[in-house]
Design a protein around this ligand. Structure first.
Ligand SMILES: [Fe+2]
Length: 353
C-alpha cells in the first residue's frame, strides 16, 4: 500500500476515533507494519499456529454453503431469539434485536451497529455453514460443557464505521469475511501494556483505552491489515486488537485450541491468567484445565486421519522450549496438570517419528 493511500486512510478513520490520528507518526514506519494477505499454505499455517503468528489467507475455503447470497439466506430464517446489538461509538447503547431487524438495519447502513454475540451452534443458522470444516482441528469440540463453550461459533455483523475497543481474547481465533471489509490493528497484549497501549479486557477502566499510532508503530509485535471478502484471518490469542469496519461486514468467527497451539495457549493462561480468571480466585476454573487435560490424554493419531499434527507436533514442542525461558518452563512443568499434558503431547510426537 502506498504512503498517500495510507495517509488518506488514517486521516479518514481518525475522524471516527481520535486515537488513530497520524500526529507525530512516520508514514514510513506505518507502511512497514502493513501485512498483506497470501495464498493458503498448510506448512505456513501450521507453523504460524504453533509460533503464535498471524495467518491471513485470501483463498482459504469458503464456509458458506447456503443457497443464494448470505443476506437473503439470513433474512429468510425464522428464529425466535433476540440478540445483543451495540449502537454508537466508544460508549455504545445496547439493544436486543431479532435477526430480521438486524439484517434490515445492516442493509440500511444508517446507524453504527455491531453484533458479536450471535452464536449459531444448535440454531437454524448453523445449516448455512460447513462447521465441520471450520472446526477441523478444534479440540474445544471434543471437550465437555464449559471448555467446549469457549469455541463460540459466531456470526459477526457490523455496519460501516463501527470501531471495536482494544481487547484481547483468551484463545486463538479465526475470522472469515463473507461480505464487506475491516481494518485490523494488532499487537502483543503484554508489550502494549508495558508501553501504555491499553486493553479493555486486562484493565479495570470505564473510559476509552489509551492508544496512539506513534507508540503502536514502535512495538515489535504490531501490524495492521485489511480483512475483506473471501479472506480468512487466524489471530493468536496473545494479540490485542482494535478493529474498524470500513465497509458493512458479515463474517463468521470462532475460537480454537489445537494440538499445535496447545502448549503456547496453556502457558499464556498459566503465566498471565486468561481474561476469565482476572477477577476470580485462582482455582475457580480448575475444571476447565481438567477437561483439557482429559481431552489431550485421550487423543490418538489412530483417530486422526489428517497427519498434519504428526508432521508439526514435534516442531511445536521444540519451539515451546526455545520460546519460553527455562524458569517459565520449570514453573509450568512443576504443575501436575500441565506436566501431564506436556507428556501426552511428547508421547504423541515421538510415537510418530
Ligand atoms: Fe476479538
Amino acid at each position: 500500500m502506498n504512503k498517500v493511500d495510507i495517509a488518506d486512510l488514517f486521516k479518514k478513520i481518525s475522524q471516527l476515533d481520535q486515537t488513530l490520528s497520524l500526529d507525530g507518526v512516520g508514514i514510513d514506519l506505518l507502511q512497514k507494519k502493513y501485512l498483506t494477505s497470501e495464498k493458503y499454505n498448510d506448512k505456513k499455517f501450521y507453523r504460524n499456529m504453533y509460533m503464535g503468528r498471524i495467518s491471513l489467507f485470501n483463498d482459504h475455503f469458503s464456509p458458506y454453503v447456503g443457497k443464494g447470497n448470505i443476506i437473503n439466506a439470513l433474512s429468510e430464517i425464522n428464529f425466535d431469539e433476540r440478540f445483543r446489538a451495540k449502537f454508537g461509538g466508544v460508549l455504545p447503547e445496547i439493544h436486543y434485536l431479532a435477526l430480521n431487524e438486524i439484517i434490515e438495519k445492516w442493509s440500511d447502513n444508517e446507524e453504527v451497529m455491531s453484533i458479536t454475540d450471535l452464536h449459531i451452534r444448535n440454531t437454524p443458522i448453523e445449516n448455512l455453514f460447513n462447521l465441520d470444516q471450520l472446526s477441523k482441528h478444534n479440540l474445544y469440540l471434543e471437550c465437555p460443557s464449559e471448555v467446549g463453550s469457549l469455541e463460540m461459533m459466531t456470526i459477526l455483523i457490523s455496519t460501516q464505521f463501527n470501531v471495536t475497543e482494544s481487547h484481547c481474547d483468551d484463545s486463538d481465533g479465526s475470522n472469515h469475511c463473507l461480505v464487506g471489509k475491516k481494518l485490523w490493528l494488532c499487537w502483543d497484549t503484554l508489550e502494549g501494556l508495558k508501553n501504555g497501549i491499553e486493553d479493555i479486557e486486562r484493565l479495570d477502566i470505564d473510559r476509552q483505552c489509551h492508544f496512539d499510532l506513534a507508540t503502536f508503530v514502535t512495538l515489535k509485535s504490531s501490524s495492521w491489515f485489511f480483512v475483506g471478502e473471501g479472506d480468512t484471518l487466524f489471530l493468536p490469542g496473545n494479540l490485542s486488537h482494535k478493529v474498524i469496519t470500513l465497509e458493512k461486514y458479515i463474517g463468521i468467527g470462532s475460537f480454537y485450541i489445537s494440538l499445535l497451539n496447545f502448549l503456547r495457549t496453556l502457558s499464556w493462561w498459566k503465566l498471565h491468567k486468561p481474561n476469565w480468571e482476572l477477577n476470580e480466585p485462582p482455582d475457580i476454573n480448575k475444571h476447565n484445565y481438567d477437561q483439557l487435560q482429559s481431552t489431550i490424554s485421550s487423543i490418538s493419531f489412530d483417530n486422526n486421519p489428517d497427519n498434519y499434527i504428526a508432521k508439526s507436533l514435534k516442531n511445536s514442542i521444540d519451539y515451546w522450549h526455545e520460546e519460553f525461558s527455562s524458569k517459565d518452563r520449570s514453573l509450568l512443568l512443576s504443575e501436575p496438570m500441565f506436566n501431564h499434558c506436556y507428556q501426552c503431547l511428547l508421547a504423541l510426537a515421538n510415537n510418530r517419528h
